[in-house]
Design a protein around this ligand. Structure first.
Ligand SMILES: [Zn+2]
Length: 483
């Protein structure tokens, strides 16, 4: 996870420096801004871990940062030194979740020497590199970064500490600092748009003029059929909460995507001649239990689980009544989220003869999350759909038509489509509804498979120190914006 700091902004008009850069390898300098005894200055003695020979906690933290700075530096063209301020404050956390770190460009620049596009904001490190001069003459660092000093302690994901090794062998239950750092430095280098997704407003210069960011021409909304550059603020606001509807069109990401993501997008296809209004393809969140959708294509009529004798509507938390069992037998059961675990519902439907289950979310928004849980005795596939999509299906399955074979549900994967990309092969940005401050828009969608470094939450299967194809797409996006 990360918070993304809004950059400060400055208008610049410096003498042009036209030296073309051909040299490779950026220099990234870490500015330790911790107080004595804190964070990078913590003198607590520690044993070496995973190739990190630092003898104090602070030293080990800095060793990881130096390694990540060197990994990133090798990927980038040479230019003025990129300074990153770094410290270890107490970031937001509680018993069950934590902000691990946050980072962002400290300033953004437009219309600087060698700027590829006029009237367009670029993050400081990129602007300096394109201009081949430090645009604020070293007044401010280009990137600021902070990491959660309390992680693993009481009320801050207790028992889930940082792993400070350099070998990518973080034990289960720990969080690999190298991976989080690589993610956060990615934000600082420009994997973030400062355009405000919750207002749709572009960043303003000191004279009040608003300019687009370098991201916007490559952010395409499949529903609106427009890029963010072509949209009004209201349209951008809507696009930022259009689940799986906003994609990245930059050429480097598009070119390398097929070597990174896997084919096979889970989906529900509903077919019906009698009820054409419900026919279509629906987004699903697959279950963590039961057979994976990739192993099976399931096709069947649909049935809605209705009121039980106890007055509970469609929850399937108890064994199904004989009336419900008669409806769902041999069909795909449609039932509601709530009250009991997903695996309990699916098992009850299975016991009543259902061949698959569609769980309808009980809160608005999207995209549909998956169904967590485990039960080895579940042998039928199940998925979650959004509340809105559930309402559409329920409308058809009402009155006397609680179950019908004239509405067919097909659960499986679209083998032609990459997981995390749209039908045209463009990777989806993270645009859940409701908006998630600090996460929305400036990350990849969580449906990406393999998992990507720049998803909003750090997955524990990410490789360390990998930022480009075939393992990742962070560097490709940075190239798209001008690196
Ligand atoms: Zn992030």
């Amino acid at each position: 996870m990360s918070g993304i700091r809004m950059p400060g902004r400055s208008l610049v008009a410096l003498a042009a420096s036209l030296a073309a850069f051909t040299a490779w390898g950026a220099t990234i300098e870490i500015l330790n801004t911790d107080s004595p005894g804190v964070g990078f200055n913590d003198k607590t003695a520690v044993a070496p871990v995973g190739g990190n020979e630092g003898s104090t906690l602070g030293e080990q933290r800095m060793n990881v940062y130096k390694k990540v700075a060197s990994v990133w530096g090798k990927q980038l063209p040479a230019g003025p030194v990129i300074q990153i301020s770094a410290n270890w404050p107490a970031l937001d956390c509680n018993a069950s979740q934590a902000v691990l770190g946050q980072a962002g460009a400290v300033t953004s620049w437009h219309d600087f020497p060698n700027a590829p596009k006029t009237g367009t904001w670029y993050p400081a490190a990129l602007a300096n590199t394109l201009a081949q001069v430090d645009l604020d003459d070293g007044a401010k660092p280009e990137i600021s970064s902070s990491f959660n000093v309390n992680l693993g302690k009481a009320n801050c994901l207790e028992g889930t500490p940082w792993y400070l090794g350099l070998d990518g062998n973080a034990p289960a239950g720990s969080i690999d600092f190298a991976v989080v750092l690589t993610h956060e430095v990615g934000h600082g280098l420009g994997f973030a748009t400062p355009t405000n997704g919750s207002t749709g407003l572009q960043p303003r210069d000191t004279d009040g003029t608003r300019y687009p960011t370098v991201w916007e021409s490559m952010m395409f909304d499949n529903t609106a059929g427009k890029t963010w550059l072509e949209m009004s603020a209201a349209e951008r606001r809507a696009s930022a909460i259009n689940p799986r509807g906003l994609v990245w069109t930059g050429a480097n990401v598009v070119a390398d995507m097929p070597s990174v993501l896997k084919k096979g997008t889970p989906m529900l296809t509903v077919k019906s001649k009698q009820f054409p209004d419900v026919a279509g393809v629906y987004q699903v969140g697959p279950a963590a239990f039961g057979p994976p959708l990739s192993s099976t294509v399931l096709k069947g009529g649909m049935a809605r689980v209705i009121d039980q004798a106890d007055g509970v509507i469609g929850l399937a938390c108890d064994p199904l009544s004989s009336a419900n069992a008669a409806l769902v037998a041999g069909r795909v059961a449609l039932l509601d989220r709530g009250t009991c675990n997903f695996s309990v519902k699916v098992k009850n439907a299975q016991d009543a003869g259902a061949i698959g289950v569609i769980v309808v979310n009980n809160v608005a928004g999207g995209p549909p999350t998956g169904l967590p849980g485990s039960d080895d005795t579940v042998v039928i596939p199940s998925v979650m759909i959004t509340q809105a999509d559930g309402a559409t299906l329920k409308t058809a399955l009402t009155g006397n038509v609680l179950a019908t074979d004239k509405i067919t549900a097909v659960l499986g994967i679209d083998k032609t489509r990459y997981a995390g990309a749209d039908a045209a092969g463009r990777v989806m940005l993270f645009t859940p509804n409701p908006f998630q401050g600090g996460s929305s828009v400036s990350h990849w969608d969580t449906s990406a498979t393999r998992n990507l470094l720049m998803e909003p939450a750090i997955n524990d299967d990410l490789p360390t120190f990998k930022v480009s194809a075939p393992k990742d797409l962070t560097l490709e996006l940075l190239k798209d914006i001008g690196w």
